[in-house]
Design a protein around this ligand. Sequence first.
Ligand code: ATP
Ligand code: MG
Length: 760
Amino acid sequence: AVAPQLPYLSGLNPEQRAAVEATEGPVLVLAGAGTGKTRVLTTRIAHLIATGRAQPHQILAVTFTNKAAREMRERVTSVIGPVAEGMQWLGTFHSIGTKILRRHAELVGLRSDFTILGTDDQLRLMKQVIEAEGIDEKRWPARQLASLIDGWKNRGLGPNQIPAGEAGAFASGRGGKLYTAYQDRLKTLNAVDFGDLLLECLRLWREHPDILEQYQNRFRYMLVDEYQDTNVAQYLWLRLLAQARKNLCCVGDDDQSIYGWRGAEVDNILRFEHDFSGAVVIRLERNYRSTAHILSAASVLISKNQSRLGKTLRTEDEPGEKVTITGAWDSEDEARLIGEEIEALHAKKHSLAEIAILVRISAQMREIEDRLVTLGVPYRVIGGPRFYERAEIRDALAYLRVVNQPADDLAFERIVNVPKRGLGDATIQVLHNHARAARVPLVEAARFIVETDELKPKPRSTLRDLLTSFGRWSKLSETMTQSEVAQTVLEESGYTDMWQKDKSADAAGRLENLKELVRSMEEFPDLQSFLEHVSLVMEANESDTTERVSLMTLHAAKGLEFDTVFLPGWEEGLFPNQRALDESGRAGLEEERRLAHVGLTRARRRAKIFFASNRRIHGLWNSTIPSRFVDDLPEADVEVVEAPANFSYGGTSRFDRMAPFSGSSYQTPGWQRAQAHRSTTDDGGYSARRSGDRRGPMMIEGELVAKSTGAASSFKAGGRVLHSKFGPGTIEAVDGNKLTVEFDKAGRKMVLDSFVDAMG
Ligand code: ATP
Ligand code: MG
């Protein structure tokens, strides 16, 4: 029955309204992007409270992020007033789990002030556990154990519940034992990791049914947003809580399941219908977010996936602007084009807060951030640190700061034992003592200390070696470009190697970021000016009220919406991401496609896809081809944008050789344009562009000759090469990947082979 005194219901369509009013029993809202699932949840909460079915503290509502929880609280408040502030149980699985666990900590062997370990501490602890077992941590790294244990925890499995075959996965069958030892250590430390926040709740409830019952009674109604991305532990947690009253309402979209790699299981959708018999399943089909072209493009794209439940979506919105597809020469050009479009939108009074740039991997952010800083466009990075604030970038910068300015104590301290080289706290203490007493920088103190017997022989010789290395690295800049210096320092210090040996999920991303850092340095005349640029970027921190462009990964964009969405990097290899394809095959491809679908469906009015014809992937320039996802888009809904008129590649249209939307085999005319491009910029014009070009792919008769930095050099003494900084020269000697070159103008220099092109 329609109660006219409930004005908030009038803003809903009949299906949404049914979902709000079906308050009793299990409800599953399975619906596409922008159909109002989150709005249904919000209204449902308001409705439960407004009709007196529940007090705010009797409602459990789970969102995917803390930000989403804040927004939901605000929206409920705007509908029913400040009474909504009483919602104590609105948050993420982690925040709610923490709260429950603190109340009963002693029952699971913790104190209520337990600490929640971050990833770093978690790894440190695992390492100790591994070593205590007498296992070689180099062979069986802590990160590998961490992902194994996280995987078990995601599936709700405690140390005693691991299926027979699986414990053998680590250190010849000792995975399970290490898991137990790790949990014991956590308890001793009065600590938990993220996985425990739910797992310990499950144990608590299993072992203390009376407490479970308390919560089952308390939570009269339960609601879950982004249900498609829950993992098994979360599902079990929900199921236990909801078992008594069964008032559980989950909303989700199988086409937006993008956390499979983190243990999320779309199967939870099927499980729900199975475990909660009589569940009402409601489908919402009207999209309220996007204009027709955007919605149609996104729908056709996702229809190429085989594993999906399938759905129809419609909009009553106008066709609007077509989805644009813009080809750029390289990633820097791409960032420039995006910057121009943002400026144009801003000039037409579009709010920057309504613009988002969504990237596939975080390493893509660096060039875009730099461009935005150059243009003075305020931006924020959502869901992660800015590029230069990432741990691996800060480490690398610390190395470079010491090379540039040995007296930089903070930097020295940051990297003196990264990677671990046995210069731990004891050594640092000795250095500090002397530095303070003698009022000299740490490096200075170190130089003195290694001549004494203050340190044991091993750290002493290690420290001496490190100081020698720093001395050598400081001199490199006399003969090398700053990028070459950086690359050499990161390699010789063992820093790159540390991440290469690392088996954790994020190691590859960190290596990509490091390569991106080295590459970004090419655009600066010297190390000093590069470091100054970095400190400027780090400072560009506008006040919180400034309207800003949002920059984030596609993963972080879930649930959000913006008038204009820029989608750079739609190239094979990057997106779909090669690693996802290699590791998970077709399932990986389909998850990538869902990610593309999430990206497109964030846009209300404008979706702008970009790809670059040249991009560095894993440090190598590649001539790239547009993503197969570009092919997936229906011609009627897209517009292929020409490059700006003042930016032609020798008169060749960038799409001349590309037959758009005609299957997946088209190739950009890379080599032709590479030639044309070179000839048009050989006037030594735009230096950043030139520097991008210099490490560009070397094209011989249309074939890409990729050059690897680490591999044995293909260069021979006597060969002619071209170096960006020093010009042409003749190779005198080859030593691994280092070349001694007699440059025609600059004289004899030592350079890295990856920084020169072979000539004729
Ligand atoms: P996603 O799957 O991306 O999370 P969603 O299904 O949660 O999307 P919402 O974010 O709830 O969708 O809604 C999308 C947009 O449509 C919001 O701006 C919302 O305010 C609007 N909207 C939803 N339902 C209606 C409606 N009945 N009338 C008008 N606008 C609506
Ligand atoms: Mg939503």
